[in-house]
Design a protein around this ligand. Structure first.
Ligand SMILES: O=C([O-])CC(=O)C(=O)O
Ligand SMILES: [Mg+2]
Length: 558
């Protein structure tokens, strides 16, 4: 099928055209195009439709024997023909998201150098830093609208993966297109190779990155400044999403660049925004407000602290003072409850630490004691420690709370703080559960309970589409909060009184559009985008939504 859009002028022909994934149509080149573009004899006779191609690709996909094989297969199609890739993924979105994204992408990052086939995106290697502008110029895409960048130091809950981290920007940007409609012609995955401290990678003869320990903080900071300056020169209007940076860098980088670059950190702000949206839905379903909750976070890193701060802002929006809101949020880390007398904290952690007198009379300060004392109504895991939500912790929580809200958010599946089946078993089906990685519905007492995947995938494609459509110059906290509210409105448990805490992933495209509208409107309200009326905004969003359909090509420039 071709669209009714004008034929596209294509200055390439022959084998070179077949090797351009954004333009290649493979067996779907028409008879006229084969003549005009010197493709005769380069393809089998049959002129196929994209539907035929999707069918063949899906059959081959079904023959793969493992999720990693399925991932490799889909990536190969992406590198051959992006239109076909996105058509295939869009038609099987729920089935393929866990393959191109969490959790399989984690394995693909760990195996990156072993499964490497083709180049995609940009590797900015520390030894090449003086060629930064040249590197960005060698990207043939001119109009980049969204960049996802990582330095690979904290990939999901899997730690330092060096350049293997590239799987993440590639996967996230695939979702920008599949869920947020941003054309793949406008996206750019970037990996900053500043070395790795993962000894197994340094010792692995197959490792393809710079075989060097991570550079010093001073060298790193100078390199990041150089990178940001070069991006601003090359693509001044692009949205930059920081992804999977180590805790020590994530928040400081965000604070350093958020006023000079249109950027956000997905692990801090995207995760916070999806969790706040899901919490709002859980509270509405229990006919309560966020301000009524007592919340324990397990994991005081940048993700946990980012969520906690956003929850505090949301409580304040419901009329609570900041001081009272902070009293309701407790952070538990490796040394137990985070208190102001522990000296290892960074600034963003210190703001969330409690006075040690809070816990003075407690037996100890571990998770068990914190839960027993605080009597939380919400328990959120972002620590990457499998199984840390034990039966004892959960049963204690349930003693004081009829429908405990429990979110084991760590990714991939292997790092989850608890599995939904256990959580529902220990609470006799009463817990409201959402996870970071996908889980099958749990059957409890003959009832099938869907498990919401509280993953930033619900948020970042919509934020990106909103920012791009409004041409926003910044991502404000209020834009993130409006994304949360838009998401909460879509929760089946709120809308219909039953079902999951988040809408089905099959609706993610529609949800992303709704989020994009709220984010863009908020950007205008906050003065970081030019004001237009609602209809113009809707048109702008529709204009930015690319469909995986083949365009007709023309050879002559006039
Ligand atoms: O990629 C995901 O599934 C969510 C995420 O950002 C992370 O865990 O770092
Ligand atoms: Mg991430």
């Amino acid at each position: 099928m071709t669209t009714s859009k004008r034929p596209l002028y294509i200055p390439y022909a022959g084998p070179a055209l077949l090797e351009m994934p954004l333009l290649n149509k493979g067996s779907a080149f028409t008879g006229e195009e084969r003549v005009a573009f010197n493709l005769i004899g380069l393809l089998p006779q049959d002129r196929e439709t994209i539907e035929d191609q999707v069918e063949r690709a899906y059959r081959q996909y079904q023959q793969c024997n493992s999720d990693l094989e399925r991932h490799i297969y889909l990536r190969a199609i992406q590198d051959d023909n992006e239109t076909l890739y996105f058509r295939l993924v869009s038609e099987h979105l729920e089935e393929m998201l866990p393959i191109i994204y969490t959790p399989t992408v984690g394995k693909a990052c760990q195996e990156f150098s072993n499964i490497y086939r083709n180049h995609r995106g940009l590797f900015i290697n520390y030894p090449d830093r003086d060629y930064m502008d040249d590197i960005l110029r060698s990207a043939t895409k001119e109009k980049i609208k969204v960049i996802v960048v990582t330095d690979g130091e904290r990939i999901l809950g899997l730690g330092d993966q060096g350049i293997g981290g590239m799987g993440i920007p590639i996967g996230k940007l695939a979702l920008y297109t599949a869920c947020g409609g941003i054309s793949p012609a406008y996206t750019m995955p970037i990996t900053l190779d500043v070395g790795t401290n993962n000894q197994a990678l340094l010792d692995d003869p197959m490792y393809m990155g710079w075989r060097h320990k991570r550079v010093s903080q001073e060298e790193y900071d100078a390199f990041m400044d150089q990178f940001v300056a070069a991006v601003k020169r090359r693509w001044p209007n692009a949205l930059v999403q920081f992804e999977d940076f180590a805790q020590a860098n994530a928040v400081p980088l965000l604070e350093r660049y958020r006023d000079e670059l249109c950027c956000f950190n997905d692990d801090v702000q995207g995760t916070a925004s999806v969790v706040v949206g899901t919490l709002m839905a859980a509270c509405q379903a229990r006919q309560q407000t966020l301000a009524d909750q007592r919340i324990v976070f397990v994991g005081g890193g940048s993700a946990g602290c980012g969520i906690a701060e956003q929850v505090i802002v949301a409580m304040q929006a419901q009329g609570m003072s900041e001081e009272k809101a902070r009293e309701r949020v407790y952070m538990v880390d490796r040394d137990g409850l985070m208190t102001t007398d522990q000296d290892w904290h960074r600034d963003f952690q210190r703001r969330l630490a409690h006075d040690p007198s809070v816990a003075a009379e407690w037996q100890g300060q571990g998770l068990d004691e914190t839960v027993a004392q605080v009597k939380p109504t919400v328990l959120i895991g972002v620590c990457g420690q499998k199984g840390i939500f034990t039966e004892r912790v959960v049963r204690t929580m349930h003693e004081h709370c009829e429908n405990p809200v429990i979110f084991p958010l760590s990714n991939p599946t292997s790092q989850a703080e608890a599995v939904p089946e256990d959580l529902l078993e220990w609470t006799n089906g009463a817990a409201l559960v959402a996870t970071g990685s996908p889980f099958e519905p749990v059957v409890h007492n003959g009832r099938s309970i869907p498990i919401a995947q509280c993953n930033n995938a619900y948020i970042f494609p919509g934020i990106g589409l909103g920012v791009v459509s409004a041409n926003a110059s910044k991502v404000t906290d209020e834009m993130l909060m409006s994304a949360s509210r838009a998401l909460a409105r879509e929760a089946p448990l709120v809308k219909e009184g039953k079902g999951a805490l988040l809408p089905a992933l099959s609706r993610i495209r529609e949800i992303s559009m709704a989020i994009a509208f709220e984010v863009a409107a908020q950007a205008q309200h906050d003065g970081v985008a030019l004001k237009t009326d609602g209809n113009r905004l809707r048109e702008a969003i529709a204009r930015n939504c690319w469909e995986p359909e083949y365009r007709t090509y023309r050879r002559s420039a006039i």
